[in-house]
Ligand binder design. Structure first.
Ligand code: UD1
Length: 423
């Protein structure tokens, strides 16, 4: 397995271009299954999760072509079964269920794997499909959904931990081809849901309210091909903002949508960092130790759970006591034990990390446990004394396009050590 070695203490400066959003691209690529016509998707990031999704689409019978950031997909005929070998690697494979159900009125997909961030059920996805008149069964590790006819309905997808992002997308995709009107209450309002709805609308779907907690879909008979550019990745951008706050002098992020980053830039401002926004770029100015903060993760537009680990790394160096409470995935704290190995003073109190800032972190061998946790460890390594060796970096490659090259472009000293299989 590859590892990333970070030599701490090199200041970051310059500019970096943010890639297209992974979490937008995944359901948008799945949505191409809704039509037999070709779809062209631009700004698709080069990530292992995207490769898995394209493999799934190819396996289902779609013709997939990729040329740098543009993917052309034509799903003239598609199968309805996605087996374990190809879906197990990524939880987001579950988002082919909605389009297959919409187009073929049936789908069978292995129950998803993916990030180890606690129990990740799909009961709300199934609740939505059932409301549309589909039957759902779990058989031999697969989830099977089928219907004679999909019928529009009113359904509330709010769960105990709030709305579901992929669940909203899944039900939205199925509803585009259902008979009649579907109203999704308790819908996720994340920008990635809006991006998906924009793409579906270009395909001929009739959708209102995306970006609010109530989405209305008027089913149509069929959808057609469309061309679309994926929005910039707000989590990659947020990660670079935190990297710059931790280790930067002056760093500019290009191709960002600052409107999607309000919660993160507000937190950084509260922590004492200046952020200047000019059109589609943000410049952040490093400023020494952050002020302590009390953060709570929430659904959009609240502070994103996908930025929680990176903020823990930043606040490890704050000039006082901070707290970070996780409400979306209450068990998502695997990075804490690794940050502590680097000298951070963090105490877990249920779903709250209590962080007492320390003036220095020290490099150590650490283990990446999930995508965002790995990013947090790389960020901590940027300011740690000595060398940090981040193992299991396949997690980071799932969601960050060339993070090592991009950080090196800003002046970080990072090496990727390729794993060589031994005979
Ligand atoms: C998406 C993002 C992920 C992000 C998360 C929350 C993708 C590919 N991934 O994941 O990066 O961290 O949104 O912003 O877009 N839940 C249920 N039942 C369900 C579905 C979810 O109880 O059927 C719970 C989850 O356990 C969690 C909460 O709802 O506690 C939110 O999960 P959800 O929004 O569904 O996450 P994903 O869409 O899987």
């Amino acid at each position: 397995m590859d590892k990333i070695i970070v030599h701490g203490g090199r200041p970051l400066s310059g500019s970096v271009k943010i890639s297209g959003s992974k979490n937008s691209a995944l359901p948008i690529l799945a949505a191409t299954l809704l039509t037999r016509e070709p779809c062209i998707i631009h700004s698709v990031p080069d990530l292992s999760d995207i490769h898995y999704m394209l493999q799934i689409l190819s396996h289902l019978g779609a013709h997939v072509e990729r040329a740098s950031g543009t993917v052309t997909i034509q799903a003239e005929k598609v199968a309805t079964v996605a087996p374990y070998e190809i879906v197990r690697k990524m939880r987001a494979s579950v988002c082919v269920l909605g389009p297959l159900l919409g187009r073929h009125k049936e789908a069978r997909v292995s129950l998803p794997g993916g990030c180890v961030i606690g129990d990740r059920p799909i009961d709300l996805h199934l609740k939505g499909f059932r409301a549309l008149n589909a039957a759902c069964r779990v058989e031999s590790g697969d989830v099977r959904v089928f219907a004679d006819e999909l019928r529009g309905a009113v359904v509330n997808l709010e769960g105990r931990q709030g709305p579901t992002v992929l669940g909203t997308g899944n039900v939205l995709m199925a509803a585009t081809l259902a008979e009649g009107v579907t109203v999704i209450d308790g819908a996720a309002a994340e920008p990635e849901v809006v991006d998906l709805a924009d793409f579906l609308t270009k395909m001929g779907a009739k959708i209102e309210g995306a970006g609010t907690r109530q989405i209305t879909v008027e089913g149509v008979k069929e959808l057609h091909g469309a061309e679309h550019s994926v929005i910039p990745d707000r989590i990659e951008a947020g990660t670079f903002l935190v990297a710059a706050a931790l280790a930067g002098t002056e760093v500019t992020l290009r191709r960002v949508n600052s409107g999607h980053l309000g919660a993160v830039t507000n937190a950084l401002n509260d922590a004492g960092f200046r952020t200047d926004i000019v059109r589609d770029s943000i410049t952040v100015f490093g400023n020494g130790a952050p002020n302590p903060l009390h953060l709570v993760t929430e659904p959009y537009p609240g502070f994103p759970t996908d930025m929680q680990a990176q903020m823990c790394a930043l606040l490890s160096r704050a000039s006082g006591k901070s707290s970070v409470t996780e409400t979306v995935f209450p068990q998502r704290f695997m990075h804490v034990s690794e940050l502590k190995r680097m000298g951070a003073d963090i105490h877990l109190d249920g779903a709250t990390a209590r962080i007492c800032g320390v003036p220095r972190l020290s490099g150590a061998p650490v283990m990446a446990s999930d995508l965002r946790a790995s990013a947090a460890l790389v960020l901590a390594g940027l300011v740690a004394d000595g060398t940090t060796e981040v193992n299991r970096v396949y997690h980071i490659d799932r969601g960050y396009e060339s993070i090592d090259d991009k950080l090196m472009g800003l002046g970080a000293e990072i090496q990727r050590v390729k794993h060589r299989a031994t005979a």
